[in-house]
Design a protein around this ligand. Structure first.
Ligand code: GMH
Ligand code: CA
Length: 160
């Protein structure tokens, strides 16, 4: 074998240091694009980016637009994410529809992938399924949730 083992180690050292350089460049680039994604009104929470285009529409309309953009309707899964959503609602002074419905089973709220919700922030007295017609969920400026008819128009908020 001779010193071929050593030169292999040296080759790998070179490859690792090349990768370290590429990783640093990627991290710098990623950090820049996170800022781009959050400007002017977006919010970054962990790996999630919440963004609105300012468009208003019905639930089906908003859902489709988020999917078309490669994201999905926002679905805050903890209080920190919900606060980020609330801040966007406050900024626009318009309620958003979440990616949460009880369309499948009345009273059982699920994400759009069918999973049961793990977090909620219902206003006291909600969800009340008023007139038996409320299967979607809006977020008020106080961050609280209300079930609302899916045919109403609300501000779009996607998560990526
Ligand atoms: C009813 C009442 C209100 C409540 C609305 C809301 C509609 O009109 O209970 O207090 O704000 O329903 O739940 O989605
Ligand atoms: Ca309601």
């Amino acid at each position: 074998k001779g010193d071929s083992g050593l030169s292999e180690v040296n080759l790998m050292k070179k490859q690792v240091s090349d990768l370290e350089g590429q990783l640093r460049a990627l991290q710098a680039s990623f950090s820049k694009y996170q800022k781009v994604a959050a400007f002017p009104g977006g919010r970054i929470v962990g790996n999630k980016v919440f963004v609105t285009s300012g468009y208003e529409g019905t639930f089906d309309d908003l859902k489709q637009k988020c999917l078309q953009a490669g994201g999905q309707l926002a679905a805050p899964k903890n209080a920190v994410e919900n606060t980020a959503v609330q801040q966007i609602v406050v900024q626009h002074n318009k309620s958003v529809f979440l990616g949460v419905t009880d369309i499948q089973t009345e009273g059982k709220f699920r994400y759009l992938n069918g999973d049961a919700i793990v977090y909620s922030n219902w206003l006291q007295g909600e969800p009340n399924n008023e007139k038996g017609r409320e299967n979607c969920v809006e977020v008020y400026v106080n961050g609280k949730w209300n079930d609302r008819a899916c045919g109403e128009k609300r501000l779009i908020l996607c998560e990526f």
